[in-house]
Design a protein. Sequence first.
Length: 135
Amino acid sequence: MAAGFLARRYISESRISKAEINAKAVLAEADKEAERLKREALVEAKEKAHTVRTEAERDLKSRRSDLQRLERRLMQREESLEGKEVEIEKRDKKNSVWEGHLKAQEQKLVKAASEQKRLLEKIARMTADEASRSF
């Protein structure tokens, strides 16, 4: 019986030893798989970060381009308005000069009309009111 007991014990220990070896192999394989999955996840994360960065840079470049285009348009409008402002100022100066000339001419005409009226009254020896009443 002792031989049977020893044989069972040997078989049991052998099975336990094989199970432990098998368990260690499974654990080692699980560790390898975990490392592989970790590396894959890291690669995927880096790829995703690169994609997001690339899209953000493309979007930023597009926005900068739009902003530069708008700035150019704004500068063109400012230059156009400045040109129009200069033109209006020139026109205002010309108008002021003409206005001065017209006022001077008006004063000359009023003076000439007054002088003609005075001469007419002198020649007719009547005032304008007297001449109106006689007609």
